[in-house]
Design a protein around this ligand. Sequence first.
Ligand code: ATP
Ligand code: FE2
Length: 339
Amino acid sequence: MTIVLGIESTSHTFGVGILKHEDDKTEFLANYKSVFKPEKGKGIDPSICAQHHKDVREKVLKKALDKACISLEQVDVIAYSCGPGLPPCLLAGLELVQKISSDYNISVVPVNHCIAHIEIAKFSGGLKDSIILYVSGGNTQVIGYSEGRYRIFGETMDIGIGNAFDVFAREIGLDFPGGPKIDELSRNGKERGNYIELPYVVKGMDLSFSGIVSDAVRRWNKSDKSHKFKEDLCFSFQETVFAMLTEVAERALSHTKKNEFVLTGGVAASERLQEMLSMMCRDRGVIFYGCPREYAGDNGLMIAYAGLIQYNTGKCVIDGNKADFNPSWRTDEVDVSWI
Ligand code: ATP
Ligand code: FE2
């Protein structure tokens, strides 16, 4: 039997997940998190966010251990998100990892945050060889496995799509996180069908969102700032960026001939995005799987799960005092020895 403790702290979420693996069966025991919320009208300040993580880390850990009915003495390995992410936040997680690892003499497995999103999504959907669309605050990538690595077939050339939602939302007076609020407002806009033309920026397999944000904000500032216009603009913004994602996702499926598709990351919560992608998949005879919200957003369990499959290869395990972080660790830099 193996008990894995997973710690996530790359960005706004401080999360702890615990799982048990025995006889080829993996059981999820706990998944707790505390999410940092910046002050109204502000983005995430990395050092304030890291302070939040320092304030809550012991409490979140205790809640997860209590829920799982596990003590630290029983933990076989600690998996932690080693990057990519905000350095002060990564450090806040790493300090806890090093403390537990040294106090209880537990080895650690550094986990790539993006790979963790991919692996827990595939596992929860029972899928093997998929194209993955990973859409979150900081990341927008179309990914597929090929020859020992997760290859990035397409990605954002500037900001992540969730970040685009958050910045646009802030500029039109909505709270963080912006995605769900834009989603809500766009429903009435969609009903009216008043599409406002915005830049559509796909270059080959890559995407760009910052120009769309600037243009949408410019239109807002020049408008009468009515609620109706806000709804129409949110609808148009959402349709444009989701159509771009769907186009690139379809091309990745077409090139690779894979017949499974997984949507994950915080933005996977969007029902409209799920609808557009599942229609595209249905037309191509591809299985569509939208990762459930608990596992799609940042969480500690995905780190525990990615840690487990790496631990089971017998590689990737290091001493806690050698643990470090890598703020710019790319998905395609990881040797995927477990597939
Ligand atoms: P990462 O570190 O992987 O970049 P993250 O720190 O941004 O992730 P997530 O929880 O994966 O965290 O994603 C949060 C993002 O998801 C926010 O930008 C939020 O606006 C966006 N989001 C959440 N719900 C929706 C929705 N319904 N529609 C669009 N965006 C959404
Ligand atoms: Fe994430």
